[in-house]
Design a protein around this ligand. Structure first.
Ligand SMILES: Nc1nc2c(ncn2[C@@H]2O[C@H](COP(=O)(O)OP(=O)(O)OP(=O)(O)O)[C@@H](O)[C@H]2O)c(=O)[nH]1
Length: 459
């Protein structure tokens, strides 16, 4: 039942049919009721007309039996009348009241219904047959017309009673037939029309809905419906409109995708530019434009990291400070451009002779610092010596002259946990200063002069 109700709620065909045939059935019932009423009225009239004809048939017999006081004959005539299907009761009122008699259902003086058997004795209602609540009566006089009398002699009256229910009983079967006819017609038509509405509207709509729900939301496709209809009906027009819309949506989607791609490429290009700009900004911020070595800031940042790492791993780390000798002189003698050339050649020599993991930085002017990870003082001194030699071998050409220069070095080893960049630099600088003081083009280890320096400071 629940499934049927759900099916009804979900089916346009069933819904429409219920409305249409519900109304149709109501109208059919109304028309039938009106028909029944009319039939009832006609039948009632027919009854009345038939009752009107009875005096002509039974009047003479009744008059004769009343005149001759023949009770037996009167009773049998009354019984014959009572047996007629349109009569429910007969009442004779004779003038001398000697032949008064009633059979069946009749009204008394107080207009109440009373019931009598075929012998005229009062009885229960059942003997009168049909219910007599709605009696209607027809009264006619009886006369004696004998050859001895010139005039009709009034003998009394006969009242015939009939019943609405008899009328109804007669039309009832006709009405039931009409009603059954209407019900069968309604339901047969209902199922036939449901079949066709469902076939041509319900099913295609269901198919359409199913196919729409199965669409890929990103790339919807045109839909085809299994409708055998040569001309375009509303459903086919709806399907075509849907397909046109899908085509437009897909076109729009395609344009959007293309636009997205263009935008994506633009964003990527912009991101690349930004990254490059960032890289070059970082490079600028962290490198020396002339020598392409790290600058002072980078040296401090990277140096701190190396120091921490060495501390964690309990590794040795050494710092070398280098300063080109008499650089002012070089600048003043051969010009600033040659000075720059010397700085670049010097930086290249450092780079070529050190590991990529070492930090080489130009701290400012002609002053450089090198941080060597995993190297103790002895190794650092050796490297500084090599560099000193390599630097002294650099030859710069200037106006057919070969220009050479030297550099002084200060070396210090970091003791795990006791050093920071500033103190290391200060110590390396002390060693460098020592090299400068003792003839330049030298390598000095801080450890070799530390005591002397302390004593000097104390003095
Ligand atoms: N060409 C050039 N010269 C620079 C640059 N930066 C600093 N200088 C010069 O480097 C010279 C450094 O001179 P000083 O500090 O007196 O040192 P020095 O002449 O090398 O003497 P010592 O260090 O004692 O051997 C100055 O003349 C600066 O003008 C630069 O980028 N290019």
């Amino acid at each position: 039942m629940r499934a049927l109700l759900k099916r009804y709620r979900q089916s346009i065909a069933l819904h429409l049919l219920l409305i249409i045939f519900g109304l149709y059935f109501l109208v059919a019932v109304l028309v039938t009721v009106v028909q029944l009423y009319k039939e009832y009225e006609n039948t009632k009239k027919e009854f009345y007309d038939e009752i009107q004809t009875l005096p002509a048939t039974f009047g003479k017999g009744i008059s004769d039996s009343v005149w001759t006081y023949n009770q037996e004959l009167l009773q049998s005539i009354l019984q014959g009348m009572y047996n007629l299907p349109i009569v429910v009761g007969v009442k004779i009122n004779s003038l001398d009241h000697k032949m008064d008699i009633q059979v069946g259902a009749v009204f008394n003086q107080q207009n109440q219904v009373e019931y009598y058997d075929s012998k005229g004795l009062a009885t229960e209602q059942k003997l009168t047959g049909l219910g007599a609540n709605a009696l209607f009566a027809h009264e006619f006089p009886i006369y004696y017309q004998g050859p001895a009398f010139s005039q009709d002699i009034p003998l009394g009256t006969v009242t015939l009673y009939s019943n609405d229910q008899l009328v109804f009983e007669r039309v009832k079967y006709g009405f039931i037939l009409i009603l059954i006819n209407s019900v069968i017609k309604t339901f047969v038509l209902w199922f036939i029309i449901y079949f066709f509405i469902n076939k041509h509207l319900g099913k295609p709509l269901k198919e359409f809905t199913l196919k729409i729900s199965q669409q890929n939301s990103k790339f919807p496709q045109a839909i085809d419906l299994a409708i055998n209809w040569t001309d375009k009906n509303e459903l086919l027009i709806l399907k075509d409109s849907y397909n046109q819309m899908i085509e437009r949506v897909n076109k729009h989607q395609h344009e959007l995708l293309e636009l997205n791609q263009v935008l994506d490429e633009k964003v990527k290009a912009r991101t690349r530019d930004l990254e490059l700009a960032k890289e070059s900004a970082e490079l600028l911020a962290y490198s020396d434009p002339l020598t392409q070595l790290s600058n002072r800031r980078a040296f401090f940042d990277y140096g701190e990291q190396l120091l921490e790492q060495a501390y964690r791993q309990q590794n040795s780390l050494s710092l070398i400070m280098v300063d080109i000798d008499n650089f002012k002189n070089l600048n003043d003698t051969y010009g600033h451009a040659l000075g720059d050339q010397a700085l670049v050649a010097f930086a290249t020599t450092l780079k070529n002779n050190l590991r990529s993991t070492d930090i080489i930085a130009r701290l400012g002017g002609e002053e450089f610092a090198i941080m060597l990870s995993n190297l103790g003082e002895d190794n650092a001194i050796n490297i500084a010596e090599t560099l000193r030699l390599k630097v002294s071998q650099i030859e710069l050409e200037h106006e057919q002259l070969s220009i050479q220069f030297t550099a002084s070095f200060g070396v210090v080893e970091s003791l795990p946990g006791s050093s920071n960049i500033d103190s290391l630099l200060a110590q390396a600088d002390t060693a460098l200063y020592f090299s400068k003081q003792h003839g330049r083009n030298k390598v000095t280890a801080y450890s070799t002069i530390a005591n002397t320096t302390t004593i000097n400071s104390v003095n």
